[in-house]
Design a protein. Sequence first.
Length: 116
Amino acid sequence: QVQLVESGGGLVQSGGSLRLSCTPSQNIFTTHSMAWYRQREPGKEPELVARIFPDGRTIYGNFAKDRFTISRDDAKNTLYLQMSSLKPEDTRVYYCNAARYQDIFWGQGTQVTVSS
């Protein structure tokens, strides 16, 4: 079982920036793709923000392509999501995700609130 611990959420003004972090309990970056999802409210389908694969390739949700950057620091065993030009509609709970075939793990989520 892999635990994912997120941090970095909070309250920010529109146009501001935040960086989210996710640290897995094991070194899985070479075996699992890592991603950030976000969810408007419980029960709603989470939407993909960005995913990074073991070979370093990245994909982004359309809303995230120009403002968000996913990265990882293998030495620190930490996944990041740098968010800039934040908008009130980015207010969500953001979740870290790790996936390899049927092995899928989720973090507990971190709240991001963007005030107008």
